[in-house]
Design a protein around this ligand. Sequence first.
Ligand SMILES: CC(C)(COP(=O)(O)OP(=O)(O)OC[C@H]1O[C@@H](n2cnc3c(N)ncnc32)[C@H](O)[C@@H]1OP(=O)(O)O)[C@@H](O)C(=O)NCCC(=O)NCCS
Length: 157
Amino acid sequence: MNTTLTIAMSMQPSQANIFGNIHGGEIMKIMDTAAGSTAVQYARKNVVTARVDELQFLHPVHVGNFLTCTGRIVYVGTTSMEVYVTVDVENLFLEDGKRRALEAFFTMVALSESGRPTPVPPYEPETEEDRALYERVKTRRAFDSKRREDAKKQVGG
Ligand SMILES: CC(C)(COP(=O)(O)OP(=O)(O)OC[C@H]1O[C@@H](n2cnc3c(N)ncnc32)[C@H](O)[C@@H]1OP(=O)(O)O)[C@@H](O)C(=O)NCCC(=O)NCCS
């Protein structure tokens, strides 16, 4: 079962403001694409994004930077998958290596052909790091489901 997927590309002027900073929305789109592709590759089904947890931009991304965005399945419910998405950037003209620009957890839900949530294969963490991420997400999901119920009530859902 494939649990990781990486997208890599150079940042272009069309993705930036006039000072050469890449727009946050451009990076979020790449992250969403990586999360979706990671989940499709795992489930072999269509998926939608149900939730994105806190996004913090730790370092600016500039035109010409080489960006590597990696999605990793870290938790699976019945029809939903949690994908840990990391974004690292580097200047390929220098030897100063990669730095973490941002990271986030995306909740992706698999859909059947009729567009309803459908089960995905179970996931078992294997390494110590897998287990740590699994437990972190499990704890957060318990808290989220209460918040979701409250939000649904507020919008009359
Ligand atoms: C995501 C969506 C399919 C869930 O539909 P739903 O009828 O609420 O489905 P359910 O209540 O049966 O939940 C299905 C799973 O999604 C999870 N889920 C649903 N809404 C969620 C949310 N806001 N945050 C986190 N998880 C969520 C549930 O926990 C459940 O997980 P599990 O099966 O692993 O236990 C529906 O809300 C939707 O279509 N949202 C819009 C998605 C979208 O358009 N995204 C942007 C484009 S990709």
